[in-house]
Design a protein around this ligand. Structure first.
Ligand code: FE2
Ligand code: FE2
Length: 141
């Protein structure tokens, strides 16, 4: 397992927590498949499908937060969006590497070294402040 839910930070908006929780499941599944694929116990096709699912989920996750920040005029919107954009650029290059070489090690290494520490830190900082601000306008259903 790449990210343990018990260790993952919670923010003040339940919908954001739901999105994060679902993303942890997806990233853990992708990680597991990449590790198994390195060992020859998982197919390239399955890793490919899971990578696509992960990329789509990350895009939706970031768009959801950005729409709310824009709607309610969050003061640090450009900074928060900037962090999202950096990761989307990294993911685009990982996707390209994967499409060119189909080496599961690339995905495994990226998730371990960059994505997992990044998402934990991002949620602890940017998302936490953002959710606190948004919770003044958006109420938990
Ligand atoms: Fe988030
Ligand atoms: Fe975010």
């Amino acid at each position: 397992m790449l990210i343990r839910k018990e260790d993952f930070p919670k923010v003040a908006l339940s919908k954001m927590n739901d999105i994060h929780s679902n993303e942890i499941d997806i990233v853990n599944r992708l990680y597991e498949a990449a590790v198994n694929c390195v060992e020859g116990k998982e197919t390239i096709e399955n890793v490919d499908l899971l990578l696509k699912e992960f990329l789509q989920d990350v895009r939706e996750h970031f768009s959801f937060e950005q729409e709310l920040m824009e709607k309610y005029g969050f003061f640090a919107y450009p900074m928060h969006k900037g962090e999202h954009d950096n990761v989307l650029r990294e993911l685009a290059s990982i996707e390209k590497l994967w499409n060119d070489k189909k080496n599961p090690e690339t995905i495994k290494e990226y998730l371990e070294r960059y994505f997992a520490p990044w998402i934990i830190n991002h949620v602890q900082t940017m998302d936490t402040v953002t959710a606190m601000f948004l919770s003044n306008f958006v109420h938990a259903e």
